[in-house]
Ligand binder design. Sequence first.
Ligand code: UDP
Ligand code: MG
Length: 342
Amino acid sequence: MTFSVVIPAYNEEGNIAPLTAAIRETMDRLGLWELIYIDDGSTDGTLAAFQREREKDSRVNIIRFRRNFGQTAAWAAGFDHARGDIVIVLDADMQNDPSDIPAMVDVLTREGYDVLSGWRKDRKDAGTLKLGSKIGNWIHRFATSEKIHDHGCSLKVYRREALYDLELSGEMHRYITALLSWKGYRVGEMVVRHHPRRRGSTKYSIRKKLKGFLDLIIVKFWIQYSARPIHFFGAIGVALVGAGLLLGGILGTLWLLRMISLQGRSTPLLAVLLVIIGLQFIMTGVLADIVAKNYYATKKAYSIASREGFDETGEIGTVRALPQHRTAASSAIHAQLDDQSV
Ligand code: UDP
Ligand code: MG
């Protein structure tokens, strides 16, 4: 089994060195691995911190976004580049604990899950953040009828197949498990550790969380009707046309029987209006259907400025000497690793 660890970072310079050390420590015990760092348009020294780690260890790969595209797009880029059988995602802020990974991988493979989601049962964040996320989780459970407790936890372990046809945009990373279970993948959860943020600051404001909520409406619609939006719009349209025809029919019959006069009445207009609005709904449904089909073929939600690593030939886990800027320290590490591999 091979592993890809995907970590997006937006202005997390202070966290990168200790995080990489912690990842290496854990992953070396698990097997062959690669680390994919995504610099989501940071304005601090995050990219330089990534590059320092790559100089020391060629298993560290870097994707640099042209601007800040958000955590969802960063995950999507990581997923598109991951080559491991198992893909592990966590935050760069060291709030997730890499030492949870081995147990998660174990549960995933043993229980046959496609995704195993972390559950921050004892969450170490500010009260408002926690309350907001509690309400968010509640609405989420209500809307998607998904059983998982903590949708906001980034620490998740995936079988790579599950990520193949995942389309991510907006702030949808919170709904990955909902989307996956809708597609028929098996989703499990496991209690994980959580630490307070010690370096850097949180990137999420109430405004961003609200955007996430709007995404939920789309996810809800998507889960139920994405395959055939015409079923949603068409049903409303047919109901309206039906009501209009019924009303028109009743009025027409009464008029023919000379029981009522249509002179100066607005009800016939209502009947006509219902039919027209109904037809509009059906047309919208047809258009939405076409748009949805297009959606599946649209381009990615991010733009990459540059990449380092991901060589076509290199297998995951092989430590290669990197020609550029090798420091004395990194040469020593490579020599050591070379020794180990013989
Ligand atoms: N992040 C990112 N792009 C963004 C916002 C956040 O890559 O636009 C990263 C951030 O660097 C961190 C993770 O997403 O690694 C989670 O962000 P944060 O810790 O700020 O969220 P919180 O834990 O406060 O919900
Ligand atoms: Mg955090």
